[in-house]
Design a binder for this molecule. Structure first.
Ligand code: GTP
Ligand code: MG
Length: 238
């Protein structure tokens, strides 16, 4: 078994919350309401994973599974510049796969092995993990079927993380209607299906203009602390 690697978030606050950064061989689920910074967090990690080990990265590439069309190359360029990295090299190391429906989203992952090996992928971003499933399986009658398909996708993510010693960041929205998940606006969509396979769960909430608060939920080895961070030129920053 290979040793676990860590990717810095590029911020002292979130690194301190995560005890150094996000781990390989694990799924880190980030959930919270719209605009709380999940996609910005993913963009920041797309850049930091490319740094050397000495600088807190894994000298690796990214497979970005984009289900909402919110990947922004210009954002990567901006973040790379703040890190004094070559922006076009940073972009070259990110493979973006746009998923158009939930079956396609699963298929991308099923077919990802070759590219993960050949491109030295060290970070897989799943943004969003649940959005397409939620949009396609509407109403209570379809919940069991949705959870089964979503479960398959999450287990595949977990297996890939282990097999290729990759970090996985899986974003998730919070539920807003009784049909999605219990209607609790502080609970992630997908409930335990996502939760059981996620190694770590981080909850982001808004705390003023660009201020955000991150909290680790139910981790056996992390203190139950909160950290404040900001959204800005670095994606996420102190
Ligand atoms: P959903 O995907 O809708 O659930 O939201 P999210 O959690 O992914 O939010 P996202 O990461 O897209 O954060 C959106 C917020 O980030 C915006 O409200 C802005 O405050 C900030 N933001 C987005 N793009 C930029 C940018 O290019 N520069 C800066 N400085 N801030 C940005
Ligand atoms: Mg987003």
């Amino acid at each position: 078994r290979q040793s676990i690697g860590r990717i810095t978030t590029g911020t002292d606050s979130l690194d301190s919350l995560l005890l150094g950064g996000i781990e390989t061989q694990a799924i880190t689920e980030v959930y919270g309401e719209f605009g709380c910074g999940k996609t910005q967090f993913c963009h920041a990690l797309c850049v930091t994973v490319q740094k050397s080990l000495e600088e807190g990265g894994l000298a690796g590439g990214v497979l970005y599974i984009d289900t909402e069309g919110t990947f922004r190359p210009e954002r990567i360029i901006e973040i790379a510049k703040v890190h004094n990295m070559d922006p076009s090299k940073a972009l070259d190391n990110i493979i973006v796969a746009r998923a158009y429906n939930s079956a396609h989203q699963v298929l991308i992952l099923e077919e990802a092995g070759k590219i993960i090996r050949e491109e030295n992928i060290k970070l897989i971003v799943s943004d969003s993990t649940t959005g397409l499933f939620r949009a396609e399986y509407l109403g209570r009658g379809t919940l069991a079927n949705r959870q089964q398909k979503l479960g398959r996708y999450i287990r595949l993510l977990a297996r890939i993380a282990e097999m290729y010693n990759c970090a996985v960041v899986a974003t998730n929205q919070v539920s807003t209607s009784p049909d999605t998940f219990f209607g609790d606006p502080t609970k992630p969509v997908g409930g335990n299906i996502v939760g059981h396979a996620s190694t770590y769960r981080i909850y982001f909430r808004k705390g003023g203009k660009n201020k955000r608060v991150a909290k680790i939920i139910d981790s056996p080895h992390h203190p139950a602390s909160e950290e404040v961070f900001e959204l800005g030129a670095k994606g996420v920053q102190d």
